[in-house]
Ligand binder design. Structure first.
Ligand code: HEM
Ligand SMILES: CC(C)=CCC/C(C)=C/CC/C(C)=C/COP(=O)(O)OP(=O)(O)O
Length: 302
């Protein structure tokens, strides 16, 4: 914490803020737990260290590029208007150089210290977040985060590949949890910021269909996400994961049903804030099963 304050005071405040460190933390959690799950609890400390390093650099770099590209609309939304570039704390050019440098370096270091497939999935995550989501879809189509959400799956795939050198069917299915989770995660927040997105002319779902229908879409998405996350337990995961996916799923469904019944910004905000803990619980449980080996004796793909 002291280092953070020192960096903060050293005028690096802008770099820390455009790195979206809370998001980096959960992305790293997804990547590391996927690494440990794929490695069945036996992974090298260097693999963990270099995955943390390269995953953090990639997420921080791509977030900086997102800040750079979105500087014109960030100034239009209250939630983002105080960010380093729109508020003048940081030059846009510096964010661009930082973002490109961190993103490119993350892929090269992953290639040199981990393996080619890990570097590929880190690059794919950057590609999906920066080019597919931020540049292409975000301002053009309401499917923006449905497709852009695959960037988050790449964090899991990078972890899985760091342990095994690639992706097997189970690894692919585990990574899809993040893809299915993202609409629930973000559409809740977009209900909170609907007017701001409309003002910035960003076609987020609630801007097009209204809060009530968006809440219904979120519930439909969660009704796909929760059973999916439970069913894949029987394809080679474990008992701790199964219990966690059921309990966390019930909690998420409860909040989503509540949001349909009471589509207020307050309920939407609380449902959004719950979404990251839901994902963290699922992936921590996945890791615990691989360390303590409580396998489910049912159908397995591998
Ligand atoms: C393209 C897909 C995604 C979109 C559009 C999206 C959107 C957002 C937005 C707009 C915020 C608020 C940021 C802020 O105001 O500072 C946010 C917060 C967050 N996102 Fe996402 N997100 C996406 C994917 C992910 C993924 C893959 C993860 C992690 C695996 C993630 C984890 C988080 C976390 C931890 C927060 C902070 C939550 C809190 O403050 O409690 N997001 N997301
Ligand atoms: C492997 C790898 C590097 C994966 C990268 C995945 C990644 C960085 C996901 C983060 C997605 C995210 C928080 C998007 C918000 O953008 P936004 O523009 O909608 O949010 P904003 O309005 O708050 O800027």
């Amino acid at each position: 914490m002291l280092e953070y304050l020192m960096l903060y005071n050293l005028g690096l405040k802008g770099y820390l803020l455009i790195s979206k460190l809370r998001i980096v933390a959960v992305l790293n959690l997804v990547a590391i737990t996927s690494l440990i799950a794929a490695g069945k609890g036996a992974v090298g400390a260097w693999d963990v260290a270099f995955l943390l390093l390269t995953g953090s650099m990639a997420s921080m770099g791509s977030s900086a590029l997102n800040h750079y590209y979105d500087k014109d609309i960030d100034v239009l939304m209250n939630r983002t208007s105080k960010r380093p570039i729109p508020s003048g704390v940081m030059k846009a050019r510096n964010a661009l150089i930082y973002g490109l440098g961190m993103s490119i370096a993350s892929v090269i270091i992953a290639l040199l210290t981990l393996n080619a497939m890990t570097a590929f999935f880190i690059a794919l995550g950057i590609f999906f977040y920066v080019l597919i989501y931020t540049v292409w879809l975000k301002r053009r189509h309401t499917s923006n985060i449905v497709i852009g959400g695959f960037a988050g799956s790449c964090a899991s795939y990078a972890g899985w590949a760091a342990a095994t050198g690639g992706i097997d069917p189970l690894g692919f299915l585990v990574g899809l949890i993040v893809f299915l989770w993202t609409p629930t995660h973000f559409w809740c927040l977009s209900i909170v910021g609907r007017e701001e997105y409309a003002n910035a002319r960003v076609p987020m779902l609630p801007v097009l269909v209204g809060d009530k229908r968006a809440a219904m879409y979120i519930l439909v998405n969660t009704i796909v996400l929760v059973p999916y996350s439970i069913v894949i337990a029987f394809l080679g995961l474990g008992v701790v994961y199964l219990i966690a996916s059921i309990l966390a799923g019930i909690m998420l469904l409860h909040y989503n049903i509540r949001l349909v019944r009471n589509t207020s910004k307050d309920v939407a905000w609380h449902t959004y804030k719950l979404s990251s803990p839901y994902l963290a619980i699922i992936f921590i449980a996945l890791m615990l099963d691989s360390i303590y080996n409580y396998p489910l004796p049912l159908i397995t793909l591998s």
